[in-house]
Write a protein that binds this ligand. Structure first.
Ligand code: SAM
Length: 285
C-alpha cells in the first residue's frame, strides 16, 4: 500500500520500525519517512532497505547516521537542522528507538532546547513478548540487557528479585542458558518464566514454564535468533501479626481506624476483620 504523501511538520519524529515482519510498519511511519526533510538512522543501510521494501522514494534526501555515541558535533548538526525548521525522521535498527537502542541523548537534547518532537509508535519486542507471555501485564519492569559478566549479572538479578512486576529482559542467544541458570538460582527454580524467540518471524517460538525446567531445556539445545525473557513477579511475603501492626501504626498516623484497617487489609491482602481488630487495639493504647 502506498503511503499518503503529506507534509510533515517541523521537528524530530521518532519512527518505530518492524522487529521482524516488514509489514509491521505503520502507515504513519511510512508517511513520516516519505515526507520528512531529512532522514536520520542508527544504520542508514537498514533504513534505506526498509524504505525500498515499502516503495518510499528517497528523492535525493539526506540520510544521516546517528547513534548515542556519535559525538557532540553530530548532535549539534541535527539540532541546527531542527532549529532551521526542518523535519527529521529518526529510526533505530529495529523496533522502537530508545528501547535498548539509541535515541535517548537526542530526545533529551531536543526537549532541553524546547524544539518540537513527536513519535510514530509501533513495534517493540518487549511489548510484543509481554502480550504473548500469559504473565500479568498490570505492572511490568523492563530491565533491558542484563550485564554479560556473571558477577554483575547476578547482582542485577538480586536487585530485581523482589520487584512486584513482570520482569522483561533482552538477551543474546549465546548467553540465554547462563541467564536462565542464574535466574533459577536467584529467583528460585519454581518461578514462572517465558522465553520468546524470533517474534513476528518465521521461526517464532514461545517457551513457558518454571525457571528450573526452562534452564534445563535451553542448556540442552542450541539457541539462535533474537530473544526476550520474561519472569513472573515474586510471591508477596506472607503477612504476620507484627507486619500488619507495623503497617497499621504507619497508616493510623493519617487515617481513621476504619480507613487504616481497609487500607492495610487491601495492601497486604489479609482479612479486614483481623486487620480491624488489630487496628482497634493499636489505637486504644
Ligand atoms: N528497539 C528494539 C525494540 O523496540 O524492541 C530493541 C533493540 S535491541 C538492540 C535488540 C534486542 O531486542 C534483541 O537482542 C532481542 O533481545 C530483542 N528483540 C528484537 N527483535 C526481536 C524479535 N523479533 N524477537 C525477540 N526478541 C527481539
Amino acid at each position: 500500500m502506498k503511503p499518503a504523501l503529506r507534509t510533515i511538520p517541523p521537528g524530530l519524529h521518532f519512527v518505530s520500525t518492524p522487529i521482524g515482519t516488514a509489514r509491521d510498519i505503520t502507515l504513519r511511519a511510512l508517511d513520516v519517512l516519505a515526507g520528512a526533510d531529512v532522514l536520520v538512522a542508527e544504520d542508514t543501510r537498514t533504513l534505506r532497505h526498509l524504505m525500498e521494501i515499502h516503495g518510499v522514494p528517497l528523492n535525493g534526501r539526506q540520510v544521516i547516521a546517528y547513534h548515542d555515541h556519535s559525538g557532540d558535533g553530530q548532535m549539534q548538526r541535527l539540532l541546527s537542522l531542527l532549529a532551521e525548521g526542518k523535519s527529521l525522521a529518526y529510526a533505530s535498527e529495529a523496533g522502537t528507538p530508545l528501547i535498548s537502542d539509541p535515541g535517548f541523548e537526542l530526545a533529551r537534547a531536543v526537549a532541553a532546547a524546547g524544539l518540537p518532537m513527536s513519535a510514530a509508535p509501533g513495534p517493540c519486542a518487549a511489548i510484543c513478548a509481554l502480550t504473548l507471555s500469559g504473565l500479568p501485564s498490570d505492572r511490568f519492569f523492563f530491565a533491558g540487557f542484563p550485564p554479560s559478566a556473571q558477577g554483575a549479572r547476578r547482582s542485577t538479578l538480586e536487585e530485581l528479585a523482589g520487584v512486584q512486576a513482570t520482569l522483561i529482559f533482552y538477551e543474546s542467544p549465546k548467553r540465554l542458558a547462563a541467564l536462565l541458570s542464574d535466574m533459577a538460582t536467584i529467583f528460585g527454580s519454581t518461578r514462572q518464566a517465558v522465553v520468546c524467540r524470533e517474534l513476528t518471524k518465521r521461526f517464532e517460538e514461545i517457551l513457558r514454564g518454571p525457571l528450573g525446567t526452562l534452564s534445563d531445556e535451553i542448556s540442552a539445545r542450541e539457541v539462535k535468533g533474537e530473544i526476550v525473557v520474561l519472569v513472573d513477579r515474586a510471591a508477596p511475603a506472607e503477612a504476620t501479626e507484627d507486619s500488619i501492626a507495623a503497617a497499621l501504626d504507619q497508616a493510623l498516623k493519617t487515617m481513621s481506624v476504619k480507613d487504616a484497617a481497609t487500607f492495610v487489609s487491601q495492601t497486604l491482602g489479609v482479612s479486614r476483620k483481623i486487620t480491624y481488630r488489630i487496628a482497634l487495639d493499636r489505637s486504644q493504647g
